[in-house]
Design a protein around this ligand. Structure first.
Ligand SMILES: [Zn+2]
Length: 468
């Protein structure tokens, strides 16, 4: 009797899963037809309403399992690097590529790759997950490995949440199956604190090249204190934001020694980087010190599933960055470089790379205050726009909060053009202020980037993102 009841429950589960997949896929097709932005999350909502366990059921179909990527900055690039490595090794990968990093977006991505029999047809899942959604994602996906990249302060409205997010991540990692790996950035003190509290031993990664480091934190608010005695940590090297080499002066806490370390780092603007990991030289077409962390994180994850260092190096040579993360668009003879910059740590790195490493002179800085950007924009006062001073020739404040940006730039001693709230007028002014052959850097928050990109699409210079 029990067996029959069990078999019946299983049959019902399969029927429910198939119904959820069919309904979700139909929703996705419908929203693409009606032109509602690639249909990235709605199918997930619909399928989950029919079968709340749909994501668990689908990810169980994966041949090898899932890897989950979380953290404030670098999720999209790191997940994409990892997918690139797996695909090059002949694996079928399902990934949530369009920045849909809540649980509904992940469900929609899995649905998209499911067949009409309700089965997910892929070998690996590579999912980027918003930090706050990590506990749910780990519970439903049961990943083989979770990567935690960093925990920076995001936009102001989220400041108070950093500690609660850290606790959520810790809880999620502690609930992973014993065989699962936690792959953590040793250089981030808050991530290190999480890892040192775990019972499983994390795989630590970090940078080991003080020639690319500074000695001071970019701004006081990024300072971290010892989790035991509360004394300010001493930084011997600072790489990005509060990522660096640190210790408590009273000897309670120090940066864990990274097993996977990058040495001999060479940077060439937004164009290229080179570094050595485990004796293997990696050279690739991505720029900025922050991307060294993303490459290192993806490398660590790839090594944890036994991809060979020589293969990783070969494959990374031909990598292409994700939409808007570091995208190049030719626009009326100008070379536009679009770089998403969404919080103080992110902006400081993109400005530093554009000015210091790439010798950039022309800039559009885009700031919106929609939900995805953060509705309180006072965090722009934590960005060191002073770095533009004396280097930038053209700076166009853009986006819905262009006027706030113009005030900030004025205090930074940067001569800026008239602020432009309209994307079309922003591009027109850029054309007027620059010459053919010039390079311009578009550093924008999330929806400000979407707006400018939509305008480029409308004018026929870029393709809609869900087609690429
Ligand atoms: Zn201490």
């Amino acid at each position: 009797m029990l067996d029959r009841a069990h078999a019946r429950r299983r049959r019902l589960g399969v029927i429910r899963k198939t119904a959820a997949v069919v309904a979700g896929k139909a929703t996705g097709a419908l929203s693409r037809v009606t032109g509602r932005g690639g249909g990235t999350t709605l199918p997930g909502d619909v399928a989950r309403a029919i079968d709340p366990r749909i994501l668990t059921r689908l990810t169980k179909d994966l041949t090898y399992g899932s890897i989950v990527v979380t953290g404030t900055n670098g999720k999209t690039t790191t997940a994409r690097l990892l997918s690139w490595l797996l695909e090059g090794a002949g694996h079928r990968v399902v990934a949530n590529r369009a920045g849909a990093n809540l649980i509904f977006g992940v469900t929609a991505a899995a649905l998209n790759r499911a067949g009409s029999d309700g089965k997910l047809k892929a070998d690996w899942g590579v999912f980027e997950i918003d930090e706050a959604s990590l506990p749910k994602a780990v519970e439903e996906i049961q990943p083989r490995a979770t990567l935690v990249l960093n925990l920076f302060r995001d936009q102001l409205d989220r400041y108070g949440e950093l500690e609660s997010i850290a606790r959520k991540i810790e809880k999620a990692l502690a609930s992973q199956p014993e065989t699962a790996r936690a792959i953590l950035d040793a250089d981030d003190p808050r991530v290190a604190e999480i890892g040192l509290n775990l019972t499983i031993k994390p795989l630590w990664y970090g940078l080991e090249d003080t020639s690319v480091a500074t000695k001071t934190l970019p701004h006081a608010a990024d300072a971290r204190t010892c989790p035991k005695c509360g004394t300010s940590l001493i930084f011997d090297a600072v790489y990005v934001g509060h990522d660096g080499v640190y210790h408590c002066p009273n000897g309670h806490f120090e940066r864990p020694r990274p097993e996977i370390a990058a040495t001999n780092i060479k940077l060439d603007g937004f164009d290229a980087l080179a570094l050595t990991i485990e004796g293997t030289r990696i050279e690739m077409p991505l720029g900025g010190l922050y991307n060294c962390y993303n490459v290192l994180a993806a490398y660590a994850a790839a090594r944890s599933i036994d991809l060979a260092p020589s293969y990783i190096a070969d494959r990374l040579r031909t990598f292409k960055a994700a939409f808007g993360r570091q995208e190049r668009v030719e626009f009326r003879g100008r070379h536009l470089i679009l770089v998403l910059s969404k919080n103080p740590a992110g902006f400081n790195e993109t400005v530093r790379t554009a000015v210091g490493l790439a010798g950039g002179e022309n800039f559009v800085i885009g700031l919106n205050d929609r939900k995805a950007d953060g509705t309180d924009v006072s965090w722009i006062w934590d960005v060191d726009f002073e770095m533009l001073q004396g280097h930038a020739k053209v700076v166009i404040p853009a986006g819905g909060r262009a006027h706030d940006l113009a005030v900030r730039l004025k205090y930074a001693g940067v001569g800026a053009e008239n602020p432009q709230t309209d994307p079309g007028k922003t591009l027109d002014l850029l054309i007027k202020s620059t010459s053919e052959g010039d390079t311009a850097y578009l550093l924008c928050t999330y929806t400000a980037m979407l707006d400018l990109r939509a305008e480029l699409v409308r004018r026929g210079w870029a393709s809609p993102y869900w087609e690429t």
